[in-house]
Write a protein that binds this ligand. Structure first.
Ligand code: TEU
Ligand code: CA
Length: 567
């Protein structure tokens, strides 16, 4: 029962989202590939964890050049994942448990096996030609020297017509031409098809890339290559807000849905244009400032793997908390299917794996915004270190391996060290359900090798152990939901330059809460504001804590302390 005249609070502000990478979540038919019926089997596990929304990475028909982010039929289920009847049952079972389902909208590009592109490439006079971005080159060269996210040029020459088509990602992912109103209408119709089935939201892949600069200007030269950085000319392009406001007007505004846009390269101020409460575009966006810290300035981008410092991470996260407070809404994440495992990247995945995985949970979930938990993050799953590139599957990694070896002379050891640290397959090894064969993921041969540490790190063991990362996630989710200050309160970063402690205060008219995270593998002492010295410890990833002005902190300790109300 809402109190009269209370401000309407949309449901996605209170939601916890759990991202499933279906290919690696649960296989149900022994072919070694996760599928929709496997997800149905694990819904009760997700309900017990306490999450509200399930985001599925793409489940649509695809040749899987980029594991489903290359769609060949937007209205069909990928055959390896099951049937439309399986999807309908999954949606029913999700809703029967009071959960919601968010799908992955990949409309910056299709697969080159989509009938639209097959026709577009086959006949320059076809009415599908203008569904994609075809340009003549100059003097036998591509229109620009922009670098693809998957290495090499963004232009692929079609010998028959002599023209080039644009693909910001793989050559099997041709970019759609959003300048064409028929393309936009096709997308709107497809979105309605799924929303009319009862889907509750969309994660929108690379959504700030839809509008390219019409002149395709050359980019900034990239060191050590003959390629350039075209991002200033295709990120946040001239018509992007027009396209998103049209999508909202034509489709989204007619449904009670949640939307999150994947928008690399936006600042907090720019993101407010996408997710500002009155903008009529999206509810929130994913930024990449924390996970790509330093990569832009590094010679080989993320493969150079520049070191992270806690003050730099704090500055970024605090700027998003204060930059969007009262203007828009944050997404909160450490992990997803494109990123290495959080406990390996930001925590300590050896002797302090459990403590640091819990710390990352606490520090993330007490910020303002909607948290996204990636499959396995709730177990403290870690990066994997396959000893050969032959074990890796991700097109981004395999293309980068060739580029780094052939164009930059890196040896295998150097390339593998970068892949171990930053490769996307770190997040794509099969989910660990038990310590049994193949971690309970499949009775067949898994499509990608498992992380060998599944006997020690798996859901069955975690649920049985009250001190596990899993129980900390479940308890922290429940605690977060009991404290309105976490959804509504202000955020104040303390001690921004402290090298090992991330501490901040959340406050509203009734409550002040202090969050302290000690990102360090040694004990430490941290001076807390005096008002919390006689406070109440609401969360602690260690069994006990003496409160004092000079707080004694254990390695990777995380605390949440509520100040006592002044009478
Ligand atoms: O990722 C978009 C994106 O920005 C990625 O290139 C990301 O920066 C990179 O993978 C990090 O190394 C989305 C999807 O999340 C990703 O899985 C797809 O490969 C990509 O779009 C193309 O659809
Ligand atoms: Ca299967």
């Amino acid at each position: 029962m809402t109190t009269p005249n209370a401000p309407h609070i949309p449901w996605w502000k209170d939601a916890i989202v759990y991202q499933i990478y279906p290919r690696s979540f649960q296989d149900s038919n022994g072919d070694g590939i996760g599928d929709l019926r496997g997800i149905i089997r694990r819904l009760d596990y997700l309900k017990r964890l306490g999450v509200d929304v399930l985001w599925l990475s793409p489940i649509f028909a695809s040749p899987n050049d980029d594991n489903g982010y290359d769609i060949s039929d937007y209205r069909a289920i990928m055959s390896e994942f099951g049937t439309m009847a399986d999807f309908d049952e999954l949606l029913r079972e999700v809703h029967a448990r009071g959960l919601k389902l968010m799908l992955d909208l990949v409309v910056n590009h299709t697969s080159d096996e989509h009938p639209w592109f097959v026709e577009s490439r086959a006949d320059p006079r076809s009415d599908k030609r203008d569904y994609y971005i075809w340009r003549k080159g100059r003097n036998g060269q591509p229109p620009t020297r922009w670098q693809s996210y998957f290495s090499g040029s963004v232009w692929e020459k079609d010998e028959r017509s002599g023209e080039y088509y644009l693909h910001l990602f793989s050559r099997k992912q041709p970019d759609l031409n959003w300048e064409n109103p028929r393309v936009r209408r096709e997308v709107h119709d497809m979105m309605r098809f799924w929303l009319d089935k009862g889907v509750d939201g969309w994660r929108m892949d690379t959504i700030n890339m839809l509008s390219k600069h019409p002149d395709f200007p050359e980019g900034r030269p990239l060191p050590g290559t003959n390629l350039t950085d075209g991002q200033p000319h295709f990120l946040n392009g001239p018509r992007i807000h027009e396209f998103l406001q049209e999508m909202h007007r034509e489709v989204l505004s007619h449904y009670d849905v949640m939307t999150v846009g994947e928008t690399p390269g936006v600042s907090p101020a720019e993101s407010a244009l996408y997710c500002g409460f009155e903008r009529g575009e999206l509810n929130m966006v994913f930024h990449f400032e924390h996970v790509f810290l330093g990569d832009d300035a590094a010679e080989r981008g993320k493969w150079s793997n520049p070191p992270l410092t806690l003050p730099a991470i704090k500055r970024v996260l605090a700027s998003w908390q204060t930059g969007l407070h009262g203007r828009g809404w944050n997404s909160l994440y450490w992990d997803n299917h494109d990123q290495p495992r959080a406990v390996s990247r930001f925590g300590h995945d050896r002797e302090y794996r459990v403590e640091s995985a819990k710390l990352l949970c606490t520090v993330l979930l007490f910020m303002q915004g909607t948290p996204y938990i990636y499959q396995g993050q709730e177990l403290g799953m870690t990066n994997v270190s396959f000893e050969s590139i032959d074990h890796y599957k991700d097109i981004e990694t395999l293309n980068a391996y060739k580029m780094l070896r052939d164009e930059h002379g890196w040896d295998d050891a150097r390339i593998l060290a970068s892949v171990h640290a930053r490769g996307r397959d770190n997040a794509r090894t099969p989910m660990h359900w038990s310590g049994g064969a193949n971690a309970g993921f499949t009775e067949g041969t898994p499509w990608i090798a498992l992380n060998p540490n599944y006997p020690d790190i798996n859901a069955e063991a975690a649920e049985a152990d009250p001190n596990s990362v899993w129980h900390h996630y479940r308890d922290t989710i429940a605690l977060r939901k009991s404290l309105p200050v976490v959804r509504d309160g202000t955020f104040t970063l303390l001690d921004a330059e402290h090298p090992t402690v991330f501490s901040y205060v959340r406050q509203d008219a009734h409550t002040r809460v202090l969050v302290v995270g000690h990102f360090c593998d040694r004990p430490g002492v941290y001076r807390i504001p005096s008002e919390f010295v006689d406070g109440e410890v609401l969360s602690n990833n260690y069994p006990t804590q003496e409160l004092a002005q000079e707080l004694q902190l254990r390695p990777y300790q995380a605390l949440v302390i509520r100040a006592r109300r002044k009478s």
